[in-house]
Each structure stands twice: as structure tokens, then as C-alpha cells.
Design a protein around this ligand. Structure first.
Ligand code: SAH
Length: 254
């Protein structure tokens, strides 16, 4: 077994295809309706896979990465809807604490508590967060994204200078597409920056097997009435390039 094998999961096939394009000597294995592509990036062994959507799908995919492909760490890149009003489309969020917003076993336990683990969230490794921030900063500060995507395309999405945030992410089996849903989540978990459908499931399995994880999300929509329009456009034109940029930065600096 090799010491360091990084599992890279993406929430959209388009994002994963971009990352597969970075691999040297790619080889595919198909298991359980998922295609795992192994190879190297910058001489580091990686396995790249589309997580599929939702908590169950993502948990099954990360389990396979751990048990079949022996990954020693996991990087998840994908898109998310903004919950905190200070976030804009195009911002990047590195997950600090990962919550499952639809976990609710009251009155047996408090809201959001994960049964048997006695936790309401999973926390990312502080050292990994620090490295990730340093690695991704140039995408924001040195016009990395503008060079990668083009100022014209960014402007179409109203993205001027994207911000990098480190903060809390909520995951659950719901696509957020209205202000009522959004307000409810903001009220019950006020520190949440963005919402998505996989991160906290991956974090739970990683916690159970002591595998370090990083969940990095690009804001594709504002989790409101406009999100079903913003989301597909963003995926098509922008998000895959963000994922490629994020993976490149991290694998050169981690
Ligand atoms: N493209 C699919 C739907 C994908 S589900 C379709 O149209 O059929 C949405 C994906 O984007 C999930 O991986 C989820 O993690 C993320 N996501 C982006 N915006 C979101 C939002 N507003 N609410 C929940 N998940 C969101």
C-alpha cells in the first residue's frame, strides 16, 4: 500500500472531466455505477471520481475510495448555494465544520446530532485548512481565476473579485431554490456559509475511518428562486475551470 493516495471527488461530471484531463497515465475502473480514474498529478497518486448526488451516493463513493483504492486523504470540489448574505456567486468556501442540516432525531437527541457519534458537525483538520487557504489564495489574489476563465465570462455572472472564505457548510438531500428554505436554514444554523448535498456525508465517513478531508465549494447560485437558472449556466461555463484551478493549486502546494 502506498503512503499517499489522494481521492478527488467532484459533485458534477463536468468538474470531474476537467480534473481527469490533468492526470498522467489515466486508468479507469468501474464499480457500482461509478467510474474511478487513477493516475498521477505532479507525481502524486490520485483517484478521481464523480461522487453522484446526495448524501447516500457520496457516502458510498467515499467508502469505495477508502476500502478499494486505499486513499489516505480526500479532496471534494463542487458547487454550492450561498446561505450567508455576504457570499456572492463565484466565491470559494473551504469547509471548516460540516453539518447535516436534515439530520433530526428529536426528541431522542438534539437537532443535527449524528446518531452514535454524539456530534452535530465534522471538523476539518486545522493544518489542512491552513495549507488549502495558502494554496488557493493566488487564484483570488493574483488574478488566477481571471486568467483561467476570462474576465468577460466572469463579468457575465457578475463576478468581479471572488472572495475566499473558510467557514461552515451544511449538507442535505435537498436542492435549495427559495428564500423560505434559505431563511429557515440560516435561522437554525446561523454560521452556515453555503448549502450543498454531499460534503458532510463524506466528512462523516472520513471521520469514522480517520481519513483527513477537505471540502471546497464554489458558489454557483444564491439558493433562492433564481438558483435553478444560475446553477446550470454556472456549471457549463465556469465551475469546471474552478475545480481544475483548485486541484492544480492544491497538488502543487500541499
Ligand atoms: N444537475 C442536476 C442536479 C445536481 S444536484 C440536475 O439538474 O438534475 C446539485 C449539485 O450542486 C449537488 O451536488 C449540490 O451539492 C450542489 N448545489 C449547488 N447549489 C445548490 C443548492 N442551491 N442547494 C443544494 N445543493 C446545491
Amino acid at each position: 500500500m502506498k503512503d499517499r493516495i489522494i481521492g478527488i471527488m467532484g459533485a458534477m461530471p463536468q468538474e470531474i472531466d476537467g480534473v481527469i484531463g490533468l492526470l498522467q497515465n489515466p486508468k479507469e475502473v468501474t464499480l457500482g455505477m461509478r467510474t474511478y480514474t487513477s493516475g498521477t498529478i505532479n507525481n502524486i497518486d490520485v483517484i478521481v471520481v464523480f461522487s453522484r448526488w446526495g448524501k447516500v451516493a457520496a457516502a458510498a463513493t467515499i467508502s469505495t475510495l477508502i476500502h478499494v483504492f486505499n486513499v489516505s486523504e480526500v479532496l471534494f470540489t463542487g458547487v454550492a448555494g450561498a446561505i450567508d448574505p455576504t457570499l456572492n456567486i463565484g466565491d470559494i468556501v473551504i469547509g471548516k465544520r460540516l453539518y447535516q442540516h436534515d439530520m433530526d432525531a428529536r426528541p431522542l437527541m438534539q437537532q443535527f446530532e449524528i446518531p452514535l457519534l454524539g456530534k452535530t458537525y465534522f471538523e476539518s483538520d486545522a493544518e489542512k485548512l491552513k495549507h488549502a487557504k495558502e494554496a488557493i489564495n493566488p487564484l483570488i489574489l493574483d488574478n488566477g481565476l481571471k486568467n483561467l476563465i476570462g474576465e468577460g465570462v466572469l463579468a457575465q455572472f457578475g463576478i468581479n473579485t471572488p472572495n475566499l472564505h473558510i467557514g461552515d457548510i451544511a449538507s442535505g438531500d435537498q436542492f435549495f431554490a427559495n428564500n423560505k428554505q434559505k431563511e429557515q436554514l440560516h435561522n437554525s444554523l446561523p454560521t452556515i456559509l453555503c448549502v450543498e448535498m454531499e460534503g458532510a456525508a463524506v466528512a462523516q465517513v472520513c471521520h469514522e475511518y480517520a481519513v483527513p478531508f477537505l471540502i471546497i465549494r464554489t458558489i454557483s447560485d444564491a439558493a433562492d428562486e433564481q438558483s435553478h437558472i444560475d446553477f446550470p449556466l454556472f456549471i457549463k461555463k465556469v465551475s469546471s475551470k474552478y475545480s481544475v484551478g483548485i486541484v492544480k493549486q492544491l497538488l502543487h502546494q500541499l
